[in-house]
Design a protein around this ligand. Structure first.
Ligand SMILES: C[S@@+](CC[C@H](N)C(=O)[O-])C[C@H]1O[C@@H](n2cnc3c(N)ncnc32)[C@H](O)[C@@H]1O
Length: 331
């Protein structure tokens, strides 16, 4: 997500105040997903038109896959062990097509969408693919095209929706739900996605068994973010994957990570694309994991400083700290 910390943040990507902008920036210190080319530039697309397609994605290598809606979903029960998307080192086959099919509304950058696609494409242990925080289906479409079947948990209550959008707003939530449904249909993946319209804390009973992949992008305040990492993270099978958006950017999410993944020894930090952090569920030396998380604190401090400067009306100063002039917010 994208940043509802409960802090006074501007609204960089509200679909109700669309920017229609395609932003590019050089990501700071991020690592490429395994099997993917290192993204030289990270591009974010936030717009009101859900089918606006990024021309770069169409032209990019690896785009030679079925158009949106043409791919057949894998047979039920096989979603947890899809074939590898590409040979090692090759471009993630299908990632660009998934990006082209995904709605542009949302906070997920292109580099992050690719990382999500690669993670959801590779072989995993058996178990469900679960997304917490779907908004208008940008990440949901990417996951569905990569993994085959997705459980998307989002109350669409208009709460914890984006920066400065913490309290519930039924009109806003219903509009998101309508757009979510329409965007899934437009991308041809409606039959691959099971939407659970509940808060994540109330949705455990809706998802039986272990998880093979968990994408966390729901409420970003410390309490609910930590609950997602602890309660849902515990359900990820050994060898499974967890991806967390707004890591080392949102204060709530970062504190939640530091008090869980960084210190339990139950997760191996794989790396990040911007603020999208990836973890593998396996035991890992605690000290090493703590050190790897602490090494991200300068990036976190930079993001917090950039947000403070933006809120204070000092965008120029924020740009000097690395904010792309076209980017409304650090992700
Ligand atoms: C930033 S958006 C997610 C963006 C989305 N992943 C994308 O790629 O565009 C955050 C979403 O989390 C949802 N949300 C808020 N609190 C939640 C909770 N407790 N459980 C699940 N979803 C929640 C909001 O309704 C909102 O749609």
């Amino acid at each position: 997500m994208s940043g509802p910390d409960g802090a006074s943040e501007p609204s960089p990507a509200s679909a109700d105040s669309p920017r229609g902008a395609a932003d590019s920036r050089s990501p700071a210190g991020e690592s490429s997903p395994p099997g993917a080319p290192s993204p030289a530039r990270e591009r974010r697309v936030i717009a009101a038109q859900p089918r606006q397609v990024d021309a770069r994605a169409q032209d990019a290598p690896g785009a030679g896959v079925s158009p949106p809606g043409a791919a057949s979903p894998p047979p039920p029960g096989t979603a947890s062990t899809p074939p590898a998307a590409s040979p090692p080192g090759a471009a993630p086959r299908g990632a660009d097509a998934a990006l082209a099919a995904a709605p542009t509304e949302g906070w997920l950058t292109e580099a992050q969408a690719r990382r999500l696609f690669v993670a959801a494409s590779r072989p995993r242990p058996r178990g469900a693919v679960v997304e917490i925080g779907s908004f208008r289906a940008r990440s949901t479409v990417v996951l569905a095209l990569a993994a085959g079947e997705v459980v998307a948990i989002d109350p669409h209550a208009g709460s914890d929706r984006g920066p400065q959008e913490i309290t519930a707003d039924a009109v806003r939530g219903d509009a998101d739900h309508e757009a979510f449904t329409a965007n899934l249909a437009a991308a041809g993946v409606a039959d691959r996605v099971r939407h659970v319209r509940r808060f994540s804390s109330d949705a455990h009973g809706d998802v039986p068994g272990p998880l093979s992949l968990l994408f966390v992008d729901g409420a970003h305040r410390f309490g609910p973010a930590r609950a997602d990492l602890v309660d849902w993270g515990a359900r990820v099978a050994p060898g499974g994957t967890m991806l967390v958006h707004d890591s080392f950017s949102s204060i709530g999410v970062t504190l939640a990570l530091l008090t869980t993944c960084a210190s339990t020894g139950d997760w191996r930090y794989v790396g990040r694309s911007g603020s999208l952090a990836e973890y593998e569920r396996r035991s890992a030396p605690r000290l090493r994991e703590l050190a790897r998380h602490l090494a991200e604190l300068p990036y976190f401090a930079r993001n917090v400083a950039i947000k403070v400067l933006i809120v204070a009306g000092r965008r120029r100063w924020a740009e000097r700290l690395g904010l792309d002039p076209a980017a409304p917010w650090p992700y």
